[in-house]
Design a protein around this ligand. Structure first.
Ligand SMILES: Cc1cc2nc3c(=O)[nH]c(=O)nc-3n(C[C@H](O)[C@H](O)[C@H](O)COP(=O)(O)O)c2cc1C
Length: 186
């Protein structure tokens, strides 16, 4: 369990940590449509010393309020939501989809309420300025929360969205995060 690692284990783990380079978002050359929809990402946040993560494939990157931002959509039922709400930051980790397909599916079907899935995933939690992310990632976006906006059914313009995606009324909150760091393997 990454968080519980102490002393020699911690040193050993540190020796195997990957090196990341902090790049400007405008120099990021990956196709973000493919990245989010096909590779998926892990939304991760920490609250009270505990880390939780979940797989996500909805979201985007862009410009808002003259800042580079990421926006993500998290349903009210997600345990990860409590961690995002309890923290001023969150991270998005993109992992090689083929290599980590099983782990990504596991983290996207099991809830951290039911088991310590971060530990069970076998992934290595590391931090940047106190924000957790995964050392196995090929790209990491560290976000500073700017805004939480509930998605409300009365605001849908297209009539099919509510019935198609919210039959159980488990609505998303949209979070807009300022991209504080974009880390790529270097
Ligand atoms: C491919 C994939 C994409 C997903 N995308 C989202 C998403 O964008 N937003 C969301 O709220 N849940 C999404 N989920 C569902 C959560 O990852 C899932 O419910 C997870 O178990 C929540 O874990 P938690 O309760 O520990 O937060 C996705 C699941 C998968 C498998």
């Amino acid at each position: 369990m990454a968080q519980g690692v102490r002393g020699n284990d911690c040193e050993r783990r540190r020796n195997h940590m990957n090196t990341f380079r902090d790049i400007k978002p405008e120099n990021f050359t990956e196709n973000t449509f493919r990245l989010i929809n096909k590779d998926w990402m892990l939304i991760t946040a920490e609250k009270g010393g505990r880390v939780n993560t979940m797989t996500a494939s909805w979201g985007g990157f862009g410009i808002l309020w003259n800042k580079n931002v990421a926006f993500i959509f998290v349903r009210k039922s997600r345990f990860t939501k409590e961690f995002i709400d309890g923290s001023s930051t969150f991270s998005l980790s993109v992992l090689d989809h083929q290599k980590y397909a099983k782990v990504l599916s596991y983290l996207g079907t099991v809830s951290g309420r039911d088991e310590d899935k971060t530990a069970k995933s076998g992934l290595t939690v590391v931090h940047s300025d106190g924000t957790p992310y995964f050392d196995e990632a090929s790209a990491v976006v560290i976000c500073k929360k700017l805004c939480r906006q509930p998605i409300l059914p009365e605001n849908f313009v297209s009539p099919d969205i509510d019935g198609s995606y919210y039959a159980d009324k488990d609505y998303h909150d949209m979070y807009v995060g300022e991209i504080a760091q974009l880390l790529v393997r270097g």
